[in-house]
Design a binder for this molecule. Structure first.
Ligand code: AMP
Ligand code: ZN
Length: 471
């Protein structure tokens, strides 16, 4: 079995992912905070983790993935209060929208998607464990984690956190602490509405942000698990804090491997509401882009490099994607061609492209190289087909290879919804009729009318094919 080699932020090296005996690969992804619709930056990270789980499966491993839903934090409480509602009612719509966007992007649904508010009991138990082991202190009823009690703090970010001055804002929690690096585990009941408070042995209040990921990951994946993922902005302090809480609570290694996805920028700038460049999936669909184009766009780059989103870049995706879709359709047509076994050069083209594809993904999820292997297969396949060497069996071999690759990219199959509209079909049929009558000028008028609608025709020995291009 080919093993996935993945960069590990913790060690700073590329390391093999090896499942524990008979166990699936256990992965945890810091999921969305459901206070508004997730943006394309969030989906860049979630696309990378979808590619991770799909690659692990492609390589023959089983996966158990947990992705949390953060449904309690300062913003959620403020927004829900402002709307005179509560957490449950307020987060319902953003959560539904998130699941809808996952489906639009053909992302696999993680095996477990726990909500923070449904796991406050587990968080309280972990805080009690940390208290018993002497890792906490209390100020005005709020419980803090004492970083000084965990000497290896900072090992993930390799940041010299000792220099951070007391009083500096490294956390959004504005409470008095012994040390600026310390973070809150439990906030004493303040002005929060009753629906944002829970009872604990150490007082009524609500959890700090970091504790939920430790409690929920360990509940579903065990105290030590394989891969923990998130965007690069979470390395410090969120992931450092998760490690501190978990390892001090259990005395065991928390996650073996840390994967961090670099950010998506918009026109080379960070996204922000003030710049008006925070786009979400419906924004892209509203501009006429299809979900397979958005998926290809988000999946095509290396996860460890920043990705620059531009509208032009998204439009250009169609050139590459249409080439794959057209090839897929061509193979479908050719599968009905009879005669004999597949030719050696066809089998050879499929085998070597698949090997290159697998090697690229196994090498730290190198998506650009994997796509180069896909396009190589399209070129090779098209040229053998042009030479007339592809018979039915050969077309099936090529199509099987392309389908296998699509297990990871999930956008190569031509969209079924992409049929000709009623008008377009009528023009298409009119042109075919005109050609039969040898009325070439009428045929040309219909062809041009289709072209204006973004439908390009190609006449081949097997009949007329069409493909859609963006205007
Ligand atoms: P949040 O909903 O803010 O908790 O973020 C969910 C995930 O999206 C986290 O893993 C973040 O690190 C990630 N993320 C946030 N902004 C971006 C961005 N611009 N590009 C890539 N990932 C991001
Ligand atoms: Zn987290």
């Amino acid at each position: 079995m080919t093993r996935l080699k993945l960069y590990n932020t913790l060690s700073g090296r590329i390391e093999e992912i090896v499942p524990s005996d008979g166990q699936p690969i256990k992965m945890y992804v810091c999921g969305p905070t459901v206070y508004s619709r997730a943006h394309i930056g969030n989906f860049r990270t979630f696309m990378a983790t979808d590619m991770l789980r799909r690659t692990l499966k492609f390589l023959g491993m089983e996966v158990l993935e947990v992705m949390n839903i953060t449904d309690v934090d300062d913003r959620i409480i403020q927004l829900a209060s402002a709307k005179d509602t509560n957490i449950e009612a307020f987060t319902e719509e953003p959560t539904r929208a998130y699941l809808e966007d996952l489906a639009t992007l053909r992302m696999e649904i993680p095996e477990v998607m726990p909500k923070a508010t449904e796991h406050v009991g587990e968080m309280i138990a972990l805080i009690e464990q940390l208290m018993a082991r002497g890792h906490t202190y209390t100020v005005d009823g709020s419980v803090y984690f004492r970083i000084a009690s965990f000497p290896s703090y900072g090992g993930l970010s390799r940041l010299d956190v000792s220099g951070i001055k007391t009083g500096a804002r490294v956390d959004t929690d504005k409470y008095e602490k012994e040390d600026a690096r310390d973070f809150v585990l439990w906030k004493l009941k303040g002005d929060e509405p009753p629906w944002a408070q829970w009872d604990a042995s150490f007082g009524r209040g609500r959890p700090g942000w970091h504790i939920e990921c430790s409690a929920m990951s360990m509940k579903y994946l065990g105290e030590t698990f394989d891969i923990h993922c998130g965007g690069v902005d979470l390395i410090f302090p969120h992931h450092e804090n998760e490690i501190a809480q978990s390892e001090c609570g259990t005395g065991k290694l928390f996650a073996k491997h840390w994967m961090h996805v670099d950010h998506l920028l918009v026109e080379n700038e960070t996204m922000s509401k003030s710049k008006g460049n925070v786009y979400n999936i419906p924004d892209l669909l509203a501009r006429g882009f299809r979900s397979d184009q958005i998926r290809y766009m988000l999946a095509q780059s290396h996860y460890r490099k920043a990705f620059n989103f531009t509208w032009d870049g998204l439009a250009q995706v169609e050139t590459a994607l249409a080439r794959i879709h057209t090839f897929w359709n061509r193979l479908l047509e050719e599968t009905s061609t009879p005669a004999g076994p597949a030719h050696d050069d066809v089998v050879q083209a499929a085998t070597s492209a698949l090997a290159a594809f697998e090697a690229a993904l196994a090498n730290d999820l190198n998506a650009p190289e994997a796509l180069a292997a896909v396009h190589g297969l399209v070129s090779e396949g098209n040229s053998v087909a042009d030479r007339g060497t592809v018979n039915g069996a050969g077309a099936r071999v090529l199509l099987d290879a392309l389908k296998k690759m699509d297990q990871v990219f999930a956008c190569f199959e031509p969209p079924t919804g992409d049929l000709l509209s009623g008008d377009e079909q009528a023009l298409f049929d009119a042109r075919q009729d005109a050609r039969k009558r040898r009325d070439f000028s009428a045929a040309d008028v219909a062809r041009k009318a289709l072209q204006e609608r973004g439908v390009i025709l190609e006449d081949t020995a097997k009949g007329t094919r069409w493909k859609r291009v963006r205007a």
